[in-house]
Design a binder for this molecule. Structure first.
Ligand code: PEP
Length: 261
Protein backbone atom coordinates (compact mmCIF):
# COMPACT_ATOMS: atom_id res chain seq x y z
CA UNK A 1 0.00 0.00 0.00
CA UNK A 2 1.38 3.42 -0.94
CA UNK A 3 -0.66 5.39 1.56
CA UNK A 4 -1.78 5.35 5.15
CA UNK A 5 -4.64 7.03 6.96
CA UNK A 6 -2.32 7.57 9.94
CA UNK A 7 -0.92 10.71 8.31
CA UNK A 8 -2.75 13.55 6.58
CA UNK A 9 -2.68 13.11 2.81
CA UNK A 10 -2.09 16.35 0.95
CA UNK A 11 -2.34 16.28 -2.84
CA UNK A 12 -1.78 19.25 -5.13
CA UNK A 13 -3.67 19.36 -8.42
CA UNK A 14 -1.80 21.79 -10.66
CA UNK A 15 -4.46 21.65 -13.39
CA UNK A 16 -3.19 23.25 -16.64
CA UNK A 17 -0.43 25.28 -15.01
CA UNK A 18 3.38 25.22 -15.12
CA UNK A 19 5.96 24.60 -17.80
CA UNK A 20 8.54 21.86 -17.24
CA UNK A 21 11.22 24.18 -15.74
CA UNK A 22 8.61 25.79 -13.45
CA UNK A 23 7.38 22.38 -12.36
CA UNK A 24 10.86 21.09 -11.57
CA UNK A 25 11.74 24.21 -9.61
CA UNK A 26 8.53 23.87 -7.62
CA UNK A 27 9.09 20.24 -6.66
CA UNK A 28 12.68 20.89 -5.67
CA UNK A 29 11.40 23.47 -3.17
CA UNK A 30 8.62 21.16 -2.07
CA UNK A 31 11.03 18.28 -1.56
CA UNK A 32 13.12 20.46 0.77
CA UNK A 33 10.01 21.55 2.69
CA UNK A 34 8.72 17.98 2.94
CA UNK A 35 11.87 16.82 4.74
CA UNK A 36 10.74 18.70 7.84
CA UNK A 37 7.16 17.48 7.43
CA UNK A 38 7.47 13.71 7.47
CA UNK A 39 4.19 13.41 9.32
CA UNK A 40 2.28 14.29 6.15
CA UNK A 41 2.04 12.46 2.83
CA UNK A 42 2.65 14.73 -0.14
CA UNK A 43 1.50 14.12 -3.68
CA UNK A 44 1.90 16.46 -6.65
CA UNK A 45 -0.33 16.15 -9.69
CA UNK A 46 1.28 18.10 -12.55
CA UNK A 47 0.05 18.37 -16.14
CA UNK A 48 1.06 15.45 -18.40
CA UNK A 49 3.86 17.42 -20.07
CA UNK A 50 5.74 17.82 -16.78
CA UNK A 51 5.09 14.38 -15.28
CA UNK A 52 8.25 12.66 -16.47
CA UNK A 53 10.64 15.38 -15.35
CA UNK A 54 8.82 15.89 -12.04
CA UNK A 55 8.95 12.19 -11.38
CA UNK A 56 12.72 12.13 -12.12
CA UNK A 57 13.32 15.18 -9.96
CA UNK A 58 11.50 13.48 -7.06
CA UNK A 59 13.35 10.17 -7.20
CA UNK A 60 14.24 9.25 -3.61
CA UNK A 61 11.95 11.96 -2.24
CA UNK A 62 8.96 11.25 0.02
CA UNK A 63 6.88 13.46 -2.31
CA UNK A 64 4.92 11.21 -4.67
CA UNK A 65 3.50 11.85 -8.13
CA UNK A 66 0.05 11.50 -9.66
CA UNK A 67 -1.61 12.28 -12.99
CA UNK A 68 -4.75 14.32 -13.58
CA UNK A 69 -6.52 11.83 -15.85
CA UNK A 70 -6.07 8.68 -17.93
CA UNK A 71 -7.91 6.51 -20.45
CA UNK A 72 -9.04 2.99 -19.61
CA UNK A 73 -7.61 1.14 -22.61
CA UNK A 74 -3.97 0.01 -22.43
CA UNK A 75 -3.01 1.24 -25.89
CA UNK A 76 -4.49 1.73 -29.33
CA UNK A 77 -5.93 4.28 -31.72
CA UNK A 78 -7.11 6.78 -29.10
CA UNK A 79 -5.56 10.04 -30.21
CA UNK A 80 -4.80 12.42 -27.40
CA UNK A 81 -5.22 9.87 -24.63
CA UNK A 82 -2.76 8.44 -22.10
CA UNK A 83 -3.06 4.99 -20.51
CA UNK A 84 -2.44 3.59 -17.04
CA UNK A 85 0.67 1.59 -18.07
CA UNK A 86 2.12 4.77 -19.61
CA UNK A 87 1.62 6.62 -16.33
CA UNK A 88 3.16 3.77 -14.34
CA UNK A 89 6.08 3.75 -16.75
CA UNK A 90 7.03 7.32 -15.83
CA UNK A 91 6.71 6.87 -12.08
CA UNK A 92 3.11 7.84 -11.32
CA UNK A 93 1.57 6.24 -8.26
CA UNK A 94 -1.76 8.05 -8.25
CA UNK A 95 -4.28 9.22 -10.82
CA UNK A 96 -7.10 11.70 -10.28
CA UNK A 97 -10.31 10.40 -11.81
CA UNK A 98 -13.58 12.20 -12.42
CA UNK A 99 -12.50 15.68 -11.34
CA UNK A 100 -15.51 17.98 -11.65
CA UNK A 101 -13.76 19.96 -14.40
CA UNK A 102 -13.45 16.75 -16.42
CA UNK A 103 -17.10 15.93 -15.78
CA UNK A 104 -18.18 19.48 -16.63
CA UNK A 105 -16.02 20.26 -19.69
CA UNK A 106 -15.01 16.87 -21.09
CA UNK A 107 -18.12 14.78 -20.76
CA UNK A 108 -16.97 12.39 -18.03
CA UNK A 109 -19.73 10.35 -16.46
CA UNK A 110 -19.96 7.93 -13.57
CA UNK A 111 -19.61 5.18 -16.15
CA UNK A 112 -16.34 6.50 -17.61
CA UNK A 113 -15.12 7.11 -14.07
CA UNK A 114 -15.88 3.47 -13.23
CA UNK A 115 -14.01 2.22 -16.33
CA UNK A 116 -11.01 4.37 -15.49
CA UNK A 117 -10.93 3.29 -11.85
CA UNK A 118 -10.95 -0.36 -12.83
CA UNK A 119 -8.16 0.14 -15.37
CA UNK A 120 -6.07 2.18 -12.91
CA UNK A 121 -6.37 -0.53 -10.25
CA UNK A 122 -5.57 -3.29 -12.72
CA UNK A 123 -2.31 -1.53 -13.49
CA UNK A 124 -1.36 -0.75 -9.92
CA UNK A 125 -2.24 2.95 -9.88
CA UNK A 126 -4.12 4.42 -6.92
CA UNK A 127 -7.23 6.24 -8.17
CA UNK A 128 -8.25 9.45 -6.42
CA UNK A 129 -11.95 9.48 -7.29
CA UNK A 130 -13.54 12.95 -7.18
CA UNK A 131 -17.18 13.43 -6.28
CA UNK A 132 -19.27 16.41 -5.25
CA UNK A 133 -22.45 18.37 -5.78
CA UNK A 134 -23.20 21.61 -7.62
CA UNK A 135 -24.53 24.68 -5.86
CA UNK A 136 -27.99 24.02 -7.24
CA UNK A 137 -27.94 20.44 -5.95
CA UNK A 138 -26.88 21.64 -2.50
CA UNK A 139 -29.56 24.34 -2.42
CA UNK A 140 -32.20 21.79 -3.40
CA UNK A 141 -31.14 19.46 -0.61
CA UNK A 142 -29.71 16.89 -3.01
CA UNK A 143 -26.10 16.78 -1.82
CA UNK A 144 -26.22 13.33 -0.26
CA UNK A 145 -28.23 11.79 -3.11
CA UNK A 146 -25.74 13.12 -5.64
CA UNK A 147 -22.68 11.97 -3.73
CA UNK A 148 -24.27 8.59 -3.07
CA UNK A 149 -24.96 7.95 -6.75
CA UNK A 150 -21.43 9.00 -7.69
CA UNK A 151 -19.95 6.58 -5.16
CA UNK A 152 -22.22 3.68 -6.07
CA UNK A 153 -21.79 4.05 -9.82
CA UNK A 154 -18.11 5.01 -9.67
CA UNK A 155 -17.28 1.93 -7.58
CA UNK A 156 -19.67 -0.43 -9.36
CA UNK A 157 -18.44 -4.02 -9.65
CA UNK A 158 -15.47 -3.54 -7.34
CA UNK A 159 -14.73 -5.97 -4.51
CA UNK A 160 -13.91 -4.64 -1.05
CA UNK A 161 -10.25 -5.49 -1.60
CA UNK A 162 -10.17 -3.09 -4.58
CA UNK A 163 -12.18 -0.37 -2.87
CA UNK A 164 -9.57 -0.40 -0.09
CA UNK A 165 -7.01 0.80 -2.65
CA UNK A 166 -9.01 3.87 -3.70
CA UNK A 167 -8.86 7.38 -2.30
CA UNK A 168 -12.05 9.44 -2.44
CA UNK A 169 -12.00 13.23 -2.72
CA UNK A 170 -15.17 15.08 -1.80
CA UNK A 171 -15.06 18.35 -3.73
CA UNK A 172 -18.23 20.44 -3.73
CA UNK A 173 -18.22 22.03 -7.19
CA UNK A 174 -19.31 25.41 -5.80
CA UNK A 175 -16.15 25.54 -3.67
CA UNK A 176 -13.61 24.74 -6.39
CA UNK A 177 -11.54 27.73 -7.45
CA UNK A 178 -14.19 30.10 -6.11
CA UNK A 179 -12.68 31.05 -2.76
CA UNK A 180 -15.82 29.60 -1.12
CA UNK A 181 -15.05 26.72 1.23
CA UNK A 182 -17.49 24.29 2.77
CA UNK A 183 -17.55 24.92 6.51
CA UNK A 184 -15.88 22.17 8.53
CA UNK A 185 -19.38 21.03 9.61
CA UNK A 186 -20.69 20.92 6.03
CA UNK A 187 -17.65 18.97 4.88
CA UNK A 188 -17.73 16.58 7.86
CA UNK A 189 -21.40 15.80 7.27
CA UNK A 190 -20.65 14.58 3.74
CA UNK A 191 -17.43 12.81 4.75
CA UNK A 192 -19.30 10.98 7.49
CA UNK A 193 -21.89 9.90 4.96
CA UNK A 194 -19.20 8.68 2.54
CA UNK A 195 -17.54 6.61 5.27
CA UNK A 196 -20.84 5.12 6.41
CA UNK A 197 -21.74 4.29 2.82
CA UNK A 198 -18.39 2.51 2.39
CA UNK A 199 -19.05 0.59 5.62
CA UNK A 200 -22.50 -0.45 4.47
CA UNK A 201 -21.41 -1.56 1.01
CA UNK A 202 -17.85 -2.78 1.55
CA UNK A 203 -17.47 -3.42 5.28
CA UNK A 204 -16.25 -1.61 8.37
CA UNK A 205 -12.69 -2.55 7.77
CA UNK A 206 -12.57 -0.78 4.38
CA UNK A 207 -14.45 2.23 5.75
CA UNK A 208 -12.33 2.73 8.84
CA UNK A 209 -9.06 2.96 6.94
CA UNK A 210 -10.40 4.78 3.87
CA UNK A 211 -8.72 8.06 3.00
CA UNK A 212 -11.35 10.68 2.26
CA UNK A 213 -9.97 14.03 1.11
CA UNK A 214 -11.71 17.38 1.09
CA UNK A 215 -11.16 19.72 -1.84
CA UNK A 216 -12.45 23.19 -2.64
CA UNK A 217 -10.47 26.36 -1.96
CA UNK A 218 -8.31 24.74 0.73
CA UNK A 219 -5.61 27.16 1.85
CA UNK A 220 -3.32 27.62 4.87
CA UNK A 221 -6.04 29.65 6.65
CA UNK A 222 -8.69 26.90 6.61
CA UNK A 223 -6.75 23.64 6.48
CA UNK A 224 -6.45 23.26 10.24
CA UNK A 225 -10.18 23.51 10.93
CA UNK A 226 -11.10 21.19 8.05
CA UNK A 227 -8.52 18.56 8.93
CA UNK A 228 -9.62 18.62 12.57
CA UNK A 229 -12.86 16.97 11.50
CA UNK A 230 -13.06 13.29 12.30
CA UNK A 231 -13.66 11.96 8.80
CA UNK A 232 -11.41 14.32 6.85
CA UNK A 233 -8.07 12.63 6.16
CA UNK A 234 -6.47 15.15 3.90
CA UNK A 235 -6.94 17.68 1.16
CA UNK A 236 -6.96 17.86 -2.61
CA UNK A 237 -5.64 21.35 -3.21
CA UNK A 238 -5.83 23.29 -6.47
CA UNK A 239 -4.79 26.97 -6.49
CA UNK A 240 -2.90 26.91 -3.20
CA UNK A 241 -0.75 23.97 -4.35
CA UNK A 242 0.95 26.02 -7.05
CA UNK A 243 3.40 27.57 -4.60
CA UNK A 244 5.62 25.32 -2.46
CA UNK A 245 5.28 27.66 0.53
CA UNK A 246 1.48 27.61 0.72
CA UNK A 247 1.31 23.89 -0.05
CA UNK A 248 3.81 23.14 2.74
CA UNK A 249 1.94 25.48 5.09
CA UNK A 250 -1.30 23.55 4.44
CA UNK A 251 0.55 20.33 5.31
CA UNK A 252 1.92 21.88 8.51
CA UNK A 253 -1.58 22.86 9.64
CA UNK A 254 -2.91 19.45 8.66
CA UNK A 255 -0.24 17.72 10.77
CA UNK A 256 -1.19 19.88 13.77
CA UNK A 257 -4.88 19.09 13.29
CA UNK A 258 -4.16 15.37 12.95
CA UNK A 259 -2.07 15.35 16.12
CA UNK A 260 -4.85 17.04 18.06
CA UNK A 261 -7.70 14.84 16.81
C1 PEP B 1 -9.20 21.17 -7.29
O1 PEP B 1 -8.80 21.50 -8.38
O2 PEP B 1 -9.40 19.97 -7.06
C2 PEP B 1 -9.48 22.20 -6.28
C3 PEP B 1 -10.01 21.82 -5.16
O3 PEP B 1 -9.16 23.50 -6.61
P1 PEP B 1 -9.09 24.77 -5.60
O4 PEP B 1 -8.29 24.32 -4.39
O5 PEP B 1 -8.39 25.82 -6.38
O6 PEP B 1 -10.49 25.11 -5.24
Amino acid sequence: MNFTHEKPFIAGNWKMFKTVPEAVEMVQKLHEASLGLEKAQFVVVPPFTALYEVSRALQGSPVQVGAQNMYWEEQGAFTGEVSAPMLKDIGCIYVVIGHSERRQYFGETNETVNNKIKAALNHGLVPIMCIGESLEERENGNTITKVQSQIIEGLKGLEAEKVRQIIIAYEPIWAIGTGLTATPDQAQEVHRFIRSNLAEKHGNDVASCAIILYGGSVKPENSYSLLKEKDINGALVGGASLKAESFAEIAKKAIKAYEEK
